[in-house]
Structures are given as structure tokens and as C-alpha cells.
Design a protein around this ligand. Structure first.
Ligand code: HEM
Length: 198
């Protein structure tokens, strides 16, 4: 069976990284347009954008296979898709535009292109963020952090202090300690006596 989750996790890094890289190259080439390497920078950004668009096809195909054809959804999954689809559409449209027009862009065209590149970068970064949230949600957070999330601040500091129990903290601490020790030994009981005498 194909591990779609691993494949999707690996594939998605290409469109995210390459689109951000291409946008950065475009902005640097515009800012330093007088310098000789500005032209090369534009060629690099075009290549990165074209590869990002191609790689995004792999990300979308693996994503659809992973979600078994569900193209929207709720919660983090819904948010992932709210950003994924506009990002994907914009990325492919920008790559086609750039490949067709090449260097023959008017001043207005260049401004519009740069604004749309910024927008696409933001959308793909947000899609990646919510994708990551989905993954951590599925695998679960670390036992330590998820335990702390359901504890009161006091319980996080003093794990034996059960603030939701009607009885006193010391009693519940004592109960937990006894059950967690199981077969008690003299060495394990000694600290409990100390706790009771406090
Ligand atoms: C350009 C398109 C896409 C990008 C950039 C993207 C990005 C991501 C990222 C970064 C993750 C987290 C991966 C990890 O941490 O290992 C992720 C997870 C996920 N994505 Fe996408 N995604 C895209 C398209 C899609 C599509 C089209 C679908 C479904 C129709 C989809 C469904 C999912 C699902 C279900 C997860 C959770 C995976 C898991 O639990 O392991 N994605 N995505």
C-alpha cells in the first residue's frame, strides 16, 4: 500500500519552499534591477516557479488520495482546503502567465504579478500551517503537553494536587501515590509519610 501521508508530507515542501524562494528572487531582482545579476535572478525565479507549479500537482494528487477524495471538510481540514485551493489555482496561473509573457511585462503587469506572488506565498504558507496542524492532531501531541492541556495550572506545577476533587489535595495525592506504587517497599513508603506529615 502507498504511504500517502508520508508522500504528501514530502511532496508539499517543494511548492511551499520554491514559491517562497521564487517570490524572494523576484523582489530582490526588482530592488537591485540596476545590477547585472538581476536578470539571472529573474531566470532563477522563473525556474523555481515552474518547478513549484509542477510539484504542486504531486501535492494535490497525494492530498486527494490521502483524504480519499474529500475536497473540503471541517475544522483544520476545512482551513487547509480554504487556503490550498486558491493557492494552487494562483500558483498554476502565475506560472503559466510568467512562462507565456517572459520578460515582456509592462510596469503595471509587473506590479500586479508581484502582488499576486505575495498573495500566493501567504496562501501556500497558511495551507502548510493548517496541514501541519492536521498532522500533529492525528499523531497526537507529546504526552506531556496533552496532559498539561487538561490540567489546571496548579496541577501542572504539582501533579499530585487534584484541584477538581472535592477532598483536600493531600488526600488525593496520597491515594494516587499508593495506587501507582503497587507493591509497596519500605523505601517507597518513606517519602509518603513525609508528605502526610506536611
Ligand atoms: C499545494 C497543495 C498542498 C499543500 C502545499 C499542502 C500542504 C500540506 C502540509 C505541509 C501538510 C503537513 C504534512 C506533514 O506535516 O507531514 C499537509 C497535510 C495534509 N494535507 Fe495537504 N497540502 C496540499 C494539498 C492537499 C489536498 C488537495 C488535500 C486533500 C484533498 C490535502 C490533504 C491533506 C491531509 C489530509 C493532511 C494531513 C496528513 C496527515 O494527517 O498525515 N492536502 N498538507
Amino acid at each position: 500500500m502507498i504511504p500517502w501521508d508520508k508522500l504528501h508530507g514530502a511532496m508539499t515542501h517543494f511548492p511551499i519552499a520554491l514559491l517562497l524562494f521564487s517570490t524572494a528572487c523576484d523582489f530582490v531582482s526588482v530592488m537591485l534591477r540596476k545590477l547585472p545579476f538581476a536578470r539571472e535572478l529573474r531566470s532563477v525565479s522563473l525556474c523555481a516557479l515552474a518547478v513549484a507549479a509542477l510539484a504542486s500537482l504531486g501535492a494535490v494528487i497525494s492530498g486527494i488520495a490521502l483524504s480519499k477524495g474529500d475536497l473540503w471538510g471541517r475544522g483544520d481540514f476545512g482551513w487547509h482546503h480554504r487556503f490550498v485551493w486558491p493557492a494552487f489555482g494562483l500558483l498554476v496561473a502565475l506560472a503559466v502567465w510568467r512562462l507565456v509573457v517572459r520578460e515582456a511585462m509592462s510596469r503595471f503587469g509587473l506590479c500586479l504579478y508581484l502582488c499576486l506572488m505575495l498573495l500566493a506565498s501567504g496562501l501556500v504558507a497558511a495551507a502548510g500551517y493548517f496541514g501541519r496542524e492536521l498532522t500533529t492532531g492525528r499523531r497526537g501531541r507529546s504526552p506531556e503537553s496533552s496532559a498539561n492541556a487538561t490540567r489546571s495550572p496548579m496541577e501542572s506545577i504539582l501533579p499530585c494536587c487534584n484541584t477538581s476533587a472535592p477532598s483536600s489535595g493531600i488526600t488525593s495525592c496520597f491515594t494516587v501515590s499508593i495506587s501507582s506504587i503497587g507493591s509497596s517497599s519500605a523505601g517507597a513508603v518513606a517519602p509518603m509519610k513525609g508528605a502526610l506529615s506536611v
